[in-house]
Design a binder for this molecule. Structure first.
Ligand SMILES: Cc1cc2nc3c(=O)[nH]c(=O)nc-3n(C[C@H](O)[C@H](O)[C@H](O)COP(=O)(O)OP(=O)(O)OC[C@H]3O[C@@H](n4cnc5c(N)ncnc54)[C@H](O)[C@@H]3O)c2cc1C
Length: 391
């Protein structure tokens, strides 16, 4: 098999890249280790930044998002029974969209297959050869048979646990890591969500109320890193959520059947550089953000827009300049986005080792944010378009 760009992974990064390239006449083959049903059912992110909304529309795949997604005009933060309301259009001129990552992925997969373009499921890449040479090769296994895909370039869009980041010789890619000793217990519940995305910093820990549809709430609680979803009964979950959201009469947040739950450890990770030879890393393959900023999916889109621009320039103009500076073009945005997510995590969570002084500092910062439109604008700007890249 042969193609121009071999794409490893059919998560948001790989799928968006395949469409951005196809629109510009560049061929690609996407190899995905999991089945289509598994990839489409994976519940993860849900907040689309302005640039991601634009990208969906620009590749002509925004129709269902516009019909079924929910425009979010506000981001709220509760503390001490007070509420900070960030009016996103008023502060930034833009809004975000609530539309589940699995819905984005379904739209991108359906369009790719409808266009008759190659996307192979249950095709696991096991090795990358000759990434320094002119014709890298992806060795992959499908239906028990080992096959080889020869390409001009490899896009490593295979997530944090993928193989691509491991392919360059040791020491070429530096890792920058921050770990947390807590996690988020996330649930999906058949319950009408509260109107706005709302974070809470409570003495008992962080909580977040978000939504996936007018009838489905996406809800999170900060829990110890060693916790497991089955440790929580539904009753315990709802009681804790009401308490942390300052819903003291348990009348504001609607309860309903919890039909999905997971625990995700928080961490921040950056791989630098994001390229080696003819291999280019994008999305979770080269960075992980703590989820408070709602940036993981949006960062992946920013990466592949930059990468697509470099690849298209190569095939149209014969120029490698954009590809050569791919990592340099991305890395400041990546650090800035991770800085925002780490800062928001630090502001809103309880930490085991936290002293009363440090808790006082968190409260003082929230009080400042409560009273300062300028400070509110700083958060709103970053929430709405930090991962965006200019074309
Ligand atoms: C539980 C959870 C909750 C999250 N919540 C949020 C959130 O609320 N907001 C937010 O912004 N972000 C969130 N994220 C992060 C966000 O989902 C990711 O940043 C996003 O999925 C990154 O997309 P990606 O395409 O880079 O990687 P992925 O979505 O991980 O896709 C990588 C793909 O590569 C495939 N693959 C791996 N190895 C191979 C191989 N060897 N061969 C072939 N294919 C391979 C995988 O099967 C996968 O489909 C969450 C992540 C998790 C895990």
């Amino acid at each position: 098999m042969r193609t121009q760009v071999g794409i490893v992974g059919a998560g948001p990064a790989g799928l968006f890249l395949s469409h951005l390239l196809a629109r510009q006449g560049v061929d690609s083959i996407v190899l995905e280790a999991q089945s289509r049903a598994y990839v489409e059912g994976r519940v993860r992110a849900g907040v689309l930044e302005a640039g991601t909304i634009d990208t969906m529309n620009n590749i002509g795949l925004g129709a269902r998002m516009r019909a079924e997604g929910m425009v979010d005009d506000s981001l709220n933060i509760r503390f001490r029974g007070k509420e900070i309301r960030l009016d996103l259009p008023g502060l930034t001129g833009r809004h975000v969209m609530i539309y589940g990552q699995q819905e984005v992925v379904k739209d991108l997969i359906a369009a790719r297959l409808a266009e008759g373009l190659p996307l192979l499921f249950e095709a696991t890449v096991e090795g990358i050869e000759d990434i320094q040479g002119p014709r890298p090769r992806l060795r992959f296994r499908k239906d028990g048979v080992e096959q080889v895909l020869e390409c001009d370039f490899v896009a490593g869009c295979d997530g944090f646990h993928g193989v691509c980041r491991q392919a360059p010789p040791e020491g070429v890619i530096r890792s920058f890591v921050k770990t947390y000793d807590f996690a988020w217990l996330g649930v999906l519940a058949r319950a009408a969500p509260i109107a706005d995305m709302t974070y809470a910093s409570h003495d008992r820990g962080f909580a977040l109320c978000s939504r996936r549809s007018p009838k489905v709430s996406r809800l999170y609680l900060q829990v110890p890193g060693s916790d497991a979803p089955e440790n929580w009964t539904d009753r315990q979950f709802w009681d804790e959520l009401h308490a942390r959201m300052f819903d003291t009469q348990a009348q504001e947040i609607q309860e309903g059947e919890i039909f999905q739950r997971d625990v995700a450890r928080l961490r921040a990770y950056i791989a630098d550089p994001m390229q080696y030879g003819r291999l280019f890393l994008a999305g979770d393959a080269c960075h992980i953000v703590p989820p408070a900023g709602a940036k993981g999916l949006n960062m992946a889109v920013g990466d592949v827009r930059t990468l697509a621009r470099g690849l298209v320039a190569f095939y149209r103009e014969g120029s490698r300049a954009g590809l050569d500076r791919y990592s340099a073009d991305c890395i400041d945005r990546v650090w800035k986005t991770i800085r925002y997510s780490v800062a928001l995590t630090g502001l809103l969570h309880r930490f085991d080792e936290q002293t009363p002084f440090e808790r006082g500092m968190q409260m003082a910062e929230l009080e400042f944010l409560h009273g300062s439109p300028a400070a509110q604008r700083v958060i709103a700007e970053q929430y709405v378009r930090l991962s965006d890249v200019s074309d």
